[in-house]
Every structure is written in C-alpha cells, then in structure tokens.
Design a protein around this ligand. Structure first.
Ligand code: SMG
Ligand code: MG
Length: 387
C-alpha cells in the first residue's frame, strides 16, 4: 500500500470558504437521540494556485451525536483554523496536521479542512484521492442504515426495498423499546440478510442481560451500545455478549482505537473521517486495525455528495472489509450536489472514481441555490454573505 500526501511543491492556500447549505431529506431519519428531516451541511472550499479542494463538516445542528455543532465548527474554522492555514504555504497533509494540532478538540471542523486539502492535493497531482491514500479497491460494498420507524411494518418495507436494490448489509437503529422485538421480526422475515444494529449509546451496563437477548439473531455486530466516551464498560459488556461490539462514537483517535482493542472493548471499528479529525487520524486507525486483523468499515453522517465522495475514497483502503454506511445519494436526497451522483449497482457496490481529486464535479448552480450563507477568508480579509 503506497501513500503520498505531500505536495510536489508547497501549496499556498489563498482562500478558505465555508458555506452552509440546507438539503431536505427524502424522509425523516430517527435515531436513539432524535429525528432530522433536513441536513444543514457545511461545505469547505480551499483555493490554491488556480485549483480548488472541497470538504464537508459533518457536525449536526445540535450537540447530540457529538458535542460539536454547525455553530461551534463555524466558530473554530473562522477564528482559528482558517487563519492557521492561510499563514504560510503547506508542504502536505502532515504539515497541515502540525499547524492544527495546536488546537484541542473540534475534530469535525478540522476534518472539513483536511478533506478539502486532500482533494486539493489530489487535483494538483491529477490523481484520485483513493490513489493518494493507498486505496486498493475499484468497487466498495454498500450498506444502508435504517432509522427508527413509526411502525415495524414500515421498517420491514424499507429492509425489503434495500435488499432488493442489492445492498450488502442492513443496519437497524435501536433504542430501549425499539430493539429485541423489532430485530426478531426483521430476522424472521429476512433469515439470511446480513443485519447489524446501532444504539448510539442508548444503553448502560445494567442492560447487559437485555442486550444478550440480541445474541440469538446472528447479527454482524452491535454498534455503540454504551456511552460515547466509554471503553471500560464496553469491554465488560463484550465479555458477556456473543455478538461482536463495534465502536463508533468512542473511537475518537488512533490511540482510542489501540486502547479499545487492547482491552477487548470491541472487535470491529467504524471509521468516520469527521469523528476522528480527518484523513490523517482515519488512516492511522485503519493501519492499526489492519495490522491486528480487526475489520473496519466506513461510517456515514448523512453526508452530501462531497462528504460521500470522500467516504468512497476512504473505503477503498484494504482494511475496509465490511460494507459501510455508504449508500446511494438518493437514499437521502432527491437531488445531490455532485455530478454524477453516488450510485449503488445491482450487486450492491459503489464504484471508486478514477478522476482527479474527489472524482465528482460539484454542481455549483444547485449549491448556490441551496446556500444559506458563505464566509470567505483570504490572507488579506474576511467577507461574509448571508442569503
Ligand atoms: O450516512 O447513512 C448515513 C448515516 C449512517 O447511521 C448512520 N449514522 O451513528 O452511525 C451513526 C449514525 C450517525 C448519524 S446521526 C444523525
Ligand atoms: Mg453509529
């Protein structure tokens, strides 16, 4: 696996643009912590030497999945990260990392910049992002995450739809009151479909007996059953569960991944560039897991096409052996902001693009129309436009 994330010659970032766009979802998405029916997306655009790079900040509007929000991300990019990037030319991703390592936390905001910078590097090199990071797959297996529904019948309809579209794994969101019975019905109706569940931290160790009830359904994994910042209780729970635990929220860094694996807190890792601060940390987690034979998969944050395209690139790495939460653009959006959109073929796979950078074009007219506000920072001045 070869990796090249340095610039041929140092890149001077001339402008950092952060743009809020709102995209309606085709249907509400409900998890153990709430429901959303549109996505306020923060796009990051960097300009350097006549080129541009696009990234996405995956924070939510409220601090539910994580403490970050669209508001905190705008604040740290505007006041700290953008000035750090504009200060002097960057020799590559490591250099950008050194510049941003001075700041604690705010991984989603940081990831937006890392993604845009890696897209810029790839466009400058005339190569796809997957090639720069050491990707080896031409196609990746798609999975879908299905939210909590008003009725079990609605969920079963959706499972049927995505199975018939070829998706390779179905993930069901669960919470207390929407778990064992739901999974039992899904398993009865779809005996051989690869199924997993994701609790988004809705349980405690006191629920261990209850969660053991999931063991009879042959699930691929149970994702993040316990607190977002916990490893120790997950290790204890894993000792009493047959179903493999996958950690999402708790894996905030390569260090957390190593410690989780050392203590047996999980046997599978969900990698999200947004959650861990961008490519550098995501690659380190991937490498740690690969060297230990731990399967990883690429998580999702209901990204627009820009974030989705980065996820496709990441999932081309050799350690991503399980289907991720990478679904077609149309799973969430009637119209996506990239052309072509991300599509899943009848075999349930997504093609890794071969074009330079993201390998998709950003649909500027559509993005303009969906824009709520743009802030632009250059070495000389900052401008803000609110539409
Ligand atoms: O992008 O398909 C997607 C969403 C996948 O379930 C998904 N993400 O915990 O893994 C997770 C959730 C977080 C999103 S919460 C709004
Ligand atoms: Mg999750």
């Amino acid at each position: 696996m070869s990796r090249d994330l340095s610039a041929a010659s140092p890149l001077r970032i001339e402008a950092v643009e952060i743009r809020r766009i709102r995209l309606p979802l085709t249907e509400p998405f409900e998890t153990s912590f709430g429901s959303v029916d549109s996505r306020l997306i923060v796009l990051v655009r960097l300009e350097a030497e006549g080129l541009e790079g696009w990234g996405e900040i995956v924070a939510g509007e409220q601090p539910l999945y994580s403490y970050e929000t669209v508001g905190t991300a705008l604040h740290v990019v505007r006041d700290f990260f953008a000035p750090a990037l504009l200060r002097a030319p960057l020799s590559g991703l490591d250099d950008l990392g050194l510049r941003l390592d001075a700041f604690r936390g705010h991984p989603m905001a940081r990831a937006g910049l890392e993604l845009a910078f890696v897209d810029l590097l790839a466009r400058a090199a005339g190569r796809p992002i997957s090639a720069l990071i050491g990707g080896t797959r031409e196609r990746i297996p798609a999975g879908v995450s299905l939210g909590i529904q008003p009725r079990i019948a609605d969920l079963l309809d959706r499972i049927e739809r995505y199975v018939s579209l070829g998706y390779r794994r179905i993930k069901l969101k669960i919470k207390p009151g929407w778990d064992l019975d739901v999974v039992a019905d899904a398993r009865r109706r779809f005996p051989s479909v690869p199924l997993s569940v994701d609790a988004n931290a809705a349980y405690t160790l006191a629920d261990a007996d209850h969660l053991r009830g999931l063991d009879r359904f042959g699930l691929m994994m149970i994702e993040q059953p316990l607190e977002h910042d916990d490893l120790v209780d997950h290790a204890q729970l894993q000792r009493s569960l047959e179903t493999t635990i996958c950690l999402d929220e708790s894996i905030v860094s390569a260090r957390a991944a190593r410690q989780a694996l050392d203590m047996g807190a999980c046997g599978i890792v969900n990698i999200k560039v947004g959650r861990v601060g961008g490519y550098s940390e995501a690659l380190a987690i991937h490498d740690t897991c690969l060297s230990r034979g731990i399967p990883v998969w690429c998580g999702g944050m209901l990204e627009s096409g820009v974030g989705r395209a980065h996820n496709v690139a990441l999932a081309s790495l050799p350690g991503f052996t399980l289907p991720g939460d990478i679904s077609a653009s149309r799973r969430y959006f009637a119209r996506d902001i990239i052309a072509p959109e991300v599509v899943v073929d009848a075999n349930g796979t997504v093609e890794v693009p071969r074009g330079a950078g993201l390998g998709f074009e950003v649909d500027r007219d559509y993005v303009e129309g969906a824009t709520e506000a743009v802030e632009r920072f250059t070495t000389r001045k900052a401008t803000v436009a609110v539409t």
